[in-house]
Design a protein around this ligand. Sequence first.
Ligand SMILES: *Cc1c(COP(=O)(O)O)cnc(C)c1O
Length: 412
Amino acid sequence: MSLEKKDPEIFSLIEKELQRQKEMLDLIASENYAPKEILEASGSVLTNKYSEGYPGKRYYAGNEFIDKVETLAIERAKELFGMPCANVQAHSGSTANFEAYRALMKYGDTLMGLKLDQGGHLTHGSPVNFSGQIYNIVSYGVDKDSEQLDYDAIMEQAKEVKPKVIVCGYTAYPRTVYFDKFREIADACGAYLLCDIAHIAGLIAGGAHMPAGPYADVITTTTHKSLRGPRGAIILAKEEHCKSINKGVFPGSQGGPLDHITAAKAVCFHNAMQPEFREYAAQIVKNAKSLAEELKAKGFRLVSGGTDNHLVLVDVKSRGLNGKIAQNALENAGVVCNKNTIPYDTEKPFVGSGIRLGTPAVTTRGMKEDDMKVVAEVFSRVLESPEDEALHSKVKSEVAEFMGKFPIYGDL
Ligand SMILES: *Cc1c(COP(=O)(O)O)cnc(C)c1O
């Protein structure tokens, strides 16, 4: 029986959410639209299976085909990111980091990551997260003037602190991450280098950002952001960490893998190896650069002055607003994005002085550089009148019409 008949309440909420996704302008830098084949794999009967363990070494019978699926996912992940070992069972980016840390450090060891309010992730040492509670955290920051990573300063700090692990890879950093420089830093202080490429995995896979593979000891990444796969994560590692990573995932912190998601990850890696994906990754960056230029032309100050990747961080405080007010006004006008702190922010994280915008999702919908003019125009109009509700609802219907030109999920 169909979901519509069995559970009309949930069915109708899913329908409404689909409609919302079609009509709203999604500028959330960590979101994307998974293609239909990914939805198909992740909504498949593979969800019925138990397969604790790894291919060829399972704790349950009946894994003949699951083994093949997981092996394909592993082989494709290794090829895509150029690492000798891959674990494709991590449920999310946060658990992947937990599992990777546990493989590289003992509780109480020192972890060096970017401050959360300057673009790091919660799992990079925030006191409200497991990372800040079980490891000794020494955070690095960005330079106050350039708002970019100062590799010399990080080198100096790392030599003094001697961390066990240095983590690089961010949630709100609009510039290239020089993994080669981090490798030098890690070597100089005897640390392991963990590259958390969750946000830029799609750019790396598509050749639009320098790779992490040649430099990292371990790589963690989500699969649902710029990589455009199912919601989940993977861990890649050098051979020497392979065993401890695998043991750390299962039985260390997870039970059975999500085999339907593993299948969808395999499809995602296959997609990311196609020539079209290189075009997609390049277009994400072109769109972000175009959006940055348009916003600057409209007088917005951008953190670090621009972007090299898929995101721009707009300082809305310089326009007399804060992130919370701006996010709400934009949402009422059909634009979804998120408030964010900016480096050396004086606002609390729940308010923030910035708005983070990203182009992976709109690029999936087929937008090009010229369309960013429209996006910047909408953004600017709404933030010029953050309290004008009549204007917001007018803009909302204009946005829905504009989004109609970039269809997704045609017959879904
Ligand atoms: C998104 C993200 C994560 C966490 O991923 P979840 O799947 O939400 O747990 C970790 N690190 C970075 C850098 C991220 O951007």
